[in-house]
Design a protein around this ligand. Structure first.
Ligand SMILES: *Cc1c(COP(=O)(O)O)cnc(C)c1O
Length: 495
């Protein structure tokens, strides 16, 4: 009765697009993806000559049909994807998704084409955000919002900061714009999405005042105190102090308590960017570095980083979610509200569920909560804790090996799962150029794919151990490769 309008076989005679038979097609795609995950494929760049001609076609007038399409995906597309999911890939802060998140993403894209209306998916949005707040020991008043990643999560957090700061001086910035300039305080090591957020929020990139940091990128609290004092003396409006819980290039964690207390002293919003590093709090041995996190007014984390969710999931937590609503509400629209009766929900269409679309910058959005729910439900807090400890331990293990070796130099003690080091010998004239060559050779060999960073003007080889497929063996391989090419170039007098 319920599905009376649908054809039994899910065959669609009215539209040429396939609209069902997923289990059958998933077999094909599933095996192509499993094969991709064995990482036997060459780097996509080197094989471009093979796949590009097959993909570069003019707009087709006639479709090829689902079967032929899947065959093309399996032969030309999937095998030529990125190496990021590979365990030996420790570049940037990107990871391959684990299976639970992949499947939950698929489930959401089929069964929850929107995250609103009263559905199990809308429910899991809130539940999984609360789970994360609990997992990362955020204050119980903090409520969250999903978005596409750290960039938008920072924008949303700073949007709340802007709303709060201007309301303090009697201005509603979301209605009237910023009627006077404001200031955001951040270090040079802060992610540049902070500057972009300042631009998008109308404050302007130049509203970001640079607070001094040490060579690891850790904020120097005295410098923040000076900056806040001059801002006050000049009568400028402080909008937010941004601290990092895990600097992108080094993993450094700002002195959160000192920074948070200074922000409070100057009546300024305290934003913590933990896109990469917030899950580090699960490692008991460094938990103390997060002391003061409870002072934060907003915190962000990227589940698509250390938690292993498929890319496209960031989260912002704020102490007062009503601010988000005042900052981002799109206002009422007939085509939306008209269908909703609200008082007594008897049907999923009677109620929006929690109106996330009024708390951030997206209306249509995937059901990301089910993904985070799935990956936590699968391995629990304990499984995540083990991953974080394993990766932090690998960075420390590598740092110890580097310190013990006469031809290696540790450029920074690891804080989290990033280790910055280089090959070294006294007779090498240009260590930066030498290590750039070592780095290239390591990546070309293909076993290990770290990225690089500059530490106080020194070129560092920079693995960030973060993928669920990344194990101790990969740290050992990287150490061996750097030594192999370092020795080789050194011996061949390639100085
Ligand atoms: C990765 C990162 C971002 C940006 O996140 P995206 O998910 O790539 O948009 C912001 N801040 C920090 C500290 C990061 O490491």
């Amino acid at each position: 009765m319920r599905h009376a309008g649908m054809s039994k076989k899910h065959l669609n005679i009215y539209d040429s697009a396939a609209c069902g038979r997923l289990s059958e097609y998933l077999q094909t795609i599933g095996s192509a993806l499993d094969q991709y995950l064995r990482f036997e494929h060459p780097d996509a760049i080197t094989s471009a000559a093979q796949w590009k001609p097959n993909l570069s076609r003019v707009l087709p007038e006639k479709g090829i049909g689902i079967d032929q399409l899947l065959a093309e995906m399996a032969s030309d597309l999937i095998p030529n994807g990125s190496q990021i999911a590979y365990g030996g890939s420790t570049a940037y802060i990107t990871t391959g998704a684990t299976t639970a998140g992949v499947l939950a993403t698929l489930a959401g894209s089929v069964a929850a084409p929107q995250r609103y209306t009263l559905t199990a998916f809308n429910y899991l949005e809130e539940l999984s955000l609360d789970w994360m707040a609990d997992l990362f020991s955020l204050p119980s008043a903090m409520k969250g919002l999903y978005s596409s990643g750290g960039s938008v999560a920072n924008l949303v957090g700073l949007g709340a900061a802007r709303q709060w700061a201007y309301e303090q001086v009697g201005i509603d910035p979301s209605a009237d714009g910023i009627l006077r300039p404001g200031v955001i305080f951040a270090t040079e090591a802060s992610h540049h999405t902070i500057h972009r957020s300042a631009a998008v929020l109308g404050l302007g990139r130049n509203a970001v005042v640079t607070v001094k940091s040490d060579i690891s990128g850790k904020m120097i609290a005295e410098s923040l105190a000076d900056c806040l004092a001059s801002c006050q003396a000049e009568g400028r409006l402080p909008v937010a102090v941004v601290a990092n819980a895990g600097v992108t290039s080094t993993g450094a964690i700002d002195p959160l308590r000192q920074v948070g207390e200074l922000a409070k002293q100057y009546d300024t919003w305290f934003h913590v960017d933990g896109a990469y590093g917030l899950p580090g709090i699960l490692d008991e041995s460094i938990r103390h570095l997060y002391d003061g996190l409870e002072l934060a007014d907003s915190v962000i984390v990227d589940p698509h980083k250390w938690l292993g969710a498929p890319v496209g999931i960031g989260a912002t937590f704020v102490k007062d979610r009503a601010l988000l609503s005042r900052a981002f509400s799109q206002g009422e629209s007939d085509y939306l509200e008209g269908s909703i009766t609200d008082e007594k929900a008897e049907h999923s269409m009677d109620h929006f569920g929690i109106p996330y679309f009024d708390l951030g910058v997206e209306l249509s959005a995937p059901a990301r909560g089910a993904v985070v729910w799935a990956l936590i439900r699968e391995i629990g807090a304990e499984g995540l804790r083990q991953r974080i400890r394993r990766h932090n331990g690998m960075a420390r293990w590598l740092a110890d090996k580097v310190k013990q070796h006469p031809n290696l130099e540790l450029l920074l003690e690891p804080t989290l799962s990033i280790c910055c080091f280089r090959y070294h010998a006294d007779d090498i004239k240009d260590l930066n150029e030498f290590n750039r060559q070592v780095y290239r050779a390591v990546v070309r060999k293909g076993l290990c794919i770290p990225s690089t960073a500059m530490v106080d003007g020194q070129f560092a080889i920079r693995p960030c151990f973060i993928g669920a497929r990344t194990t101790q063996q990969h740290a050992e391989e990287l150490l061996a490769d750097v030594l192999e090419f370092g020795h080789q170039f050194h011996c061949s007098n390639n100085l």
